[in-house]
Design a protein around this ligand. Structure first.
Ligand code: SF4
Length: 337
């Protein structure tokens, strides 16, 4: 029996995030050696958690009120590579420590009121088996969202970065993913001004972004990190060129985002409530929410008007999208007629 004086950790584990969403770490460390990154030297090679332990924690969190699980690691697609995808028993089934098995099992979780929690996959490198999780998204078992840190698109730069799963056909695969699951939101981050990046490489990246039409993009100017191999690469890009490229990529991705969000106006979408505001003088209450395309803290919001009294953070409801800007949506609860 839990004892409030002894059990400092609440049911569902200690969390630094609001009760309605939780981060779930599936592994630590990384087997890659991207030239700009020092994580492997700080945290070592990949060490995956047992799949039954991950699923037990996920179930506990969901039973304790989590409505959205954010699956994190340094390299989610590589989960279980270090344990040769060892099999464990979970609910009477054999489950491999493998991203696709884990995703399938996470899709079976239900909240105490029988709903499917949102499950988001972060830090997914586009290995071929990623294709297998897209149908789970199309079936509504996984949130149609993939966070893939591409970092660049030009082959020369990717090679200098020593990026994993760096393959030319990724645009074709993105198209196929969208055929299977049209609502999939793809988030990524990119570095501009990496040593040796030429104007042609940067143009290649912009054209690639035009084709890829990613939903959410974060861009960064290359900064040397103490101890990273990239610091010794030739072809440092001058600061003013980095800045100019940064402004260009931001403009490009903001325009893509604005067009994608504008296309959602008039649609009815599920959102999760993060915060409910105070009532105005006229008694109307607003709320800040997120759609399935928005991970907490890194993506956009859906700002809601007239949500009525009594709405709680973590509630999931359908809203009519009334307006959009570059990063956010605006809507109102949808009353089915
Ligand atoms: S950036 Fe590369 S080396 Fe660093 S954690 Fe990610 S995959 Fe591993």
């Amino acid at each position: 029996m839990p004892n409030a004086f002894v059990d400092l950790v609440p049911e569902g584990g200690l969390k630094l995030t609001p009760r309605h969403y939780s981060y779930l770490k599936i592994s630590e460390g990384c087997n890659h050696r991207c030239s700009f990154c020092i994580i492997p030297s700080l945290r070592g090679d990949l060490v995956s958690r047992r799949v039954d332990a991950v699923l037990r924690e996920a179930e506990k969190l969901v039973h304790a009120g989590t409505k959205e699980l954010l699956i994190i690691s340094q390299d989610t697609s590589a989960y279980g590579v270090d344990t040769r995808h060892e099999t464990r028993q979970w609910k009477g089934r054999d489950v491999r420590a493998h991203m696709t098995d884990l995703a399938r099992e996470l899709g079976q979780l239900r909240t105490p009121d029988g709903a499917t929690p949102w499950v988001r996959l972060h830090y997914v490198y586009p290995y071929p088996h990623v294709d297998q999780v897209i149908p789970l998204m199309a079936e509504g078992l996984l949130t149609p969202y993939l966070d893939i840190p591409f970092q660049h698109a030009a082959p020369n730069v990717l090679k200098a970065m020593k990026r994993p799963a760096n393959e030319a056909k990724v645009l074709d695969r993105i198209r196929k993913w969208r055929d299977i699951c049209p609502d999939i939101a793809i988030r990524s981050s990119f570095v501009v001004g990496f040593p040796g990046e030429t104007e042609a490489d940067f143009d290649y990246l912009l054209q690639w972004l035009d084709e890829a039409q990613l939903d959410r993009v974060g861009a960064f100017r290359f900064e040397p990190v103490e101890g990273a191999a990239a610091n010794d690469l030739p072809g440092a890009v001058p600061e003013e060129v980095k800045e100019e490229r940064y402004q260009r990529i931001m403009e490009k991705t903001a325009a893509i985002s604005a067009a994608k969000l504008a296309a959602k106006v008039g649609r009815v979408l599920p959102v999760i409530i993060d915060e409910v505001g105070e009532a105005d003088e006229d008694g109307s209450v607003g709320a800040t929410a997120r759609s399935q395309a928005d991970a907490p803290e890194i993506d956009g919001n859906v700002f809601l008007r007239d949500v009525g009294e009594g709405l709680q953070p973590g509630s999931i409801l359908n809203v009519l999208i009334e307006d959009a800007d570059e990063h956010d949506l605006y809507g109102v609860p949808h009353i089915q007629g």
